[in-house]
Design a protein around this ligand. Structure first.
Ligand code: PRT
Ligand code: ZN
Length: 303
């Protein structure tokens, strides 16, 4: 790795995937934090217009290296990619120069070990001496070492799922989301090595210049947006005597507001619910005396 580029900067530079699974949701998250940008003609750079933040559009595999050498300050990347690079550092005897700052709740998948469907349970457990194909050799090696399993790690850069059929490996260790690719290749998952999602990655130590404040502002907005993801504003009316029973059905409601409806013994309630507000929940509330129920999406909240 080249020498770290640790120049003092007053703008934050974030590496995001140029195209691929994380590209669009990463930009959507930034946009929901009030970030707007202008893309350069070569489509490699986005210049922030509403915040002192610029984006570098790159391949996801390059993001840990860009953080390590200081070219970028933060990155949005799969935990699988970040931890694989961290694992490579550890296997080479050095601590990783980056860490996960936040899970971002999209790009979910698992890094899983999978074996041919026709293998029995005993065979699937006996991995000693087998060849396992993967694009995540550091994570797989760590996992095997922790369990004292002496399997051979076969590193492939792609098409890992067809390795057993080609006779290149006995089993595989690959990313799985729906499981359709495993099923199409007559494989079944036996162990999960890692639960992954897109993460905000950054340096191990805090920034020592103006970037610290920009990063803190961005994190506050990320937390506000991510915290609200499943939140809904629930509005309804009820007779005052039913309020305790209705509150018991809303354990995830934050500081509900209860207002008396003028000249009656009825109240209007409003509460932000953090959990899913399903039809089942609405019907339970109705049975407990609620009416005029209204569920409204929450876009922003500043506590
Ligand atoms: O061009 P660039 O190098 O930037 O992109 P890429 O092709 O390397 O990455 P990309 O866009 O495919 O994935 C980016 C990130 O998305 C990964 O690093 C993961 O963090 C995350 N992610 C989430 C996934 C999947 N789900 C996923 N299903 N990455 C890959 N897959 C693959 C999986 O390996 C399998 O081969 O998709 C295939 C289908 O999966 P099933 O289980 O749905 O059939
Ligand atoms: Zn990639």
């Amino acid at each position: 790795m080249s020498a770290p580029n640790r120049a003092v900067r007053d703008r934050l530079r974030i590496a995001v995937q140029k195209s691929g699974r994380l590209a669009e949701p990463a930009r959507a998250l930034l946009a929901s934090c009030g970030y707007a940008w202008r893309e350069t003609r070569d489509h490699l750079f986005c210049i922030g217009e509403t915040m002192p933040i610029d984006l570098l559009l790159v391949r996801d595999d390059d993001i840990p290296g860009l953080l390590a050498d200081g070219t970028c300050d933060l990155g949005i990347v799969g935990r699988n990619v970040l931890l694989e690079r961290a694992g490579e550092c550890v296997l080479a005897g050095a601590p990783a120069p980056f860490r996960e700052w936040r899970g971002l709740g999209f790009g979910a998948c698992k890094l899983a070990l999978a074996v041919p469907q026709q293998w029995g349970e005993a065979q699937a457990l006996a991995l000693d001496g087998l060849r396992i194909a993967t694009s995540y050799p550091a994570l797989l090696t760590q996992w095997l070492d922790e369990r004292g399993i002496a399997a051979e790690v076969v590193t492939l850069s792609g098409s890992v799922e067809i390795a057993p059929r080609l006779g290149k490996a006995d089993a595989i260790c690959d990313l799985v989301s729906s499981g359709a690719t495993l099923a199409a290749n007559q494989l079944r998952a036996t162990d999960v090595l890692l639960e992954s999602e897109a993460v905000l990655a950054g340096p191990v130590a805090p920034f020592g210049d103006a970037r610290a404040e920009i990063a803190a502002l961005l994190l506050r907005r990320f937390d506000a947006v991510l915290g609200l993801r499943d939140s809904k504003l629930l509005l309804f009316q009820a007779a005052s005597c039913n309020v305790p029973a209705l509150m018991a059905l809303l354990p995830d409601a934050e500081q509900p507001t209860v207002m008396r409806v003028d000249g009656t013994d009825r109240v209007a309630l409003q509460a932000v619910c953090r959990g899913a507000v399903t039809w089942q929940r609405l019907e339970d509330l109705k049975r407990a005396g609620a009416d005029a129920l209204l569920v409204v999406p929450v876009e922003r909240m500043l506590a």
